[in-house]
Design a protein around this ligand. Structure first.
Ligand code: AMP
Length: 447
């Protein structure tokens, strides 16, 4: 019986897996340039960690968590986001003491939310993000947004909008909550059951409601920007002005409140403007959190962070760079042919050296005809085939065939072999990718 993947999960393989790998590599490199270090935290955490951080009234905690009792009767949850676990780890390991301030980490890994699966929305998805703690100035927020933007630039996704808003300080949010309660008081009877509950517990969360009937009411609700204190406004303006000076324009989005309770002050989201790709929702988002570390048992250090959804970033790349991905797709460098058992056994030495030299290499492990081996090597897109059969070994050579031009070369099997193979590889790339260049025709022996 065939077992299907769990609804809302997906397998990532071949070219798509390469894209994920490249994105994570580029993002990590940017984070390291900003002097961040990697942190890997468990996928499972105690359930109350998320209730305390994301907020009991958030959709994530209320409806979307994968929670179960383990065999010891503990309530365990598969992380729905990464920030809470990272901060929990900073507290558990007292990383704020061991490290000089600011504490800065980047991370990547799977998250789980029981949401309705649709384009760009999965039940298991991957986040790449960063958290920084211990600096309480707008400059930290500037740097976090700058870094998010540079990560996307690093993978050449520049056609994006950075939406920004401020959730202000406690006083701001208290006044705003009161204004929302007053406004929604006149509408709540006609709104969904979730909103009725949110109205009682935390009217700010009504703004996350996606029920179509409720949206027109929500659109007309008071906006938090009208409640910001002069300090909140100055902070937000400093962040926006500095980013603008640094070449990152932001768009004020007064409806942006994010779905997690821990944010205070500046929040942001990055949206794609590429018309070629459907709107999967925000590529990533984050913001400032003043008290989350303290709420999780640590010192009162302010922090900021963001995460990208890798599924959305990868889907966008697959659409935007489709032609390039097809053209530049990495394939095998060398396929080594052995025509009898002795050849195959000998080829292990050659192929190991090729791999250590940095060439992606493979070989046949079963005796087959030359014709079928070549057919296979061509099908898998190997750049070269190396024949190291009895004849070649007797002559102290290997025969190298360029599968693009069909040229063949007899190359001595000596300490110059790899230098020659590098030359041949360079030539291959020039021919394949530099359509206009006149590469000298070579034939026959290159030695
Ligand atoms: P959040 O933790 O809700 O702020 O989300 C940060 C980013 O994670 C979003 O901008 C999305 O790119 C991604 N994300 C959140 N939920 C999902 C999901 N269910 N499926 C895919 N990506 C998601």
């Amino acid at each position: 019986m065939e077992i299907n993947p769990v609804k809302g999960t997906h397998d990532i393989y071949l070219e798509e897996a390469d894209i994920y790998h490249d994105i994570e590599k580029c993002f990590s490199e940017v984070a390291m340039l900003y002097n961040y270090h990697e942190i890997r935290t468990p996928i499972i955490e105690h359930t109350n960690l998320f209730a305390r951080s994301a907020g009991e009234d958030s959709d994530i905690v209320n409806k979307e968590m994968y929670t179960f009792l383990d065999k010891g009767g503990r309530s365990i949850t598969l992380r729905p986001e990464m920030t809470a676990g990272v901060l929990r780890s900073i507290v558990s390991n007292k990383l704020y003491i061991a490290k000089e301030m600011p504490v800065r980490f980047f991370y990547s890994g799977p998250c789980f939310r029981y949401e309705r699966p649709q384009a760009g929305r999965y039940r298991q998805f991957h986040q790449f993000g960063i958290e920084t703690l211990g600096v309480n100035t707008p400059y930290n927020d500037v740097e976090v947004i700058l870094m998010a933007k540079q990560m996307l630039s690093m993978i050449r996704l520049d056609n994006v909008t950075v939406k920004i808003n401020s959730l202000g300080n406690e006083e701001t949010r208290k006044n705003y909550r009161a204004a929302l309660r007053e406004y929604f008081g006149g509408h709540i009877e006609n709104m969904c059951e979730d909103c009725k509950r949110r109205y009682e517990l935390n009217p700010l969360r009504i703004l996350d409601c996606k029920v179509p009937n409720d949206r027109p009411i929500i659109e007309k609700a008071p906006v938090i920007t009208d409640f910001l204190t002069p300090e909140d406004k100055e902070w937000l303006n400093t962040v926006r002005d500095m980013l603008s000076d640094l070449g990152v324009e932001t768009v004020l989005d007064t409806h942006l409140v994010r779905g997690l309770d821990y944010y205070t002050g500046v929040v942001f989201e990055i949206a794609s403007n590429y018309k070629e790709a459907p709107d999967f929702g925000a590529l990533g988002g984050g913001g400032h959190y003043a008290h989350l570390l303290k709420e999780l048992g640590g010192p009162d250090l302010e922090g900021a962070g963001f995460s990208f959804g890798l599924e959305r970033v990868a889907s966008l790349c697959q659409i935007i760079f489709k032609e390039e991905i097809e053209k530049y797709q990495e394939s095998l460098d060398f396929y080594v042919v052995g025509l009898n058992d002795e050849n195959i056994q000998n080829n292990f030495k050659l192929i190991t050296s090729l791999r250590l030299e940095g060439f992606i290499s493979d070989m046949n492990y079963e005796v087959k005809s030359m014709k079928s081996i070549f057919k296979y090597a061509s099908k898998i897109g190997s750049k070269f085939v190396i024949i190291a059969g009895d004849d070649e070994m007797n002559k102290g050579i290997v025969r190298v065939k360029n599968m693009l031009t069909e040229e063949q070369y007899d190359v001595p099997y000596d300490d110059q072999l790899f230098a020659k193979l590098h030359d041949l590889m360079k030539e291959y790339y020039e021919k394949r990718f530099n359509d206009n260049s006149e590469v000298e025709e070579e034939s026959g022996d290159i030695n």
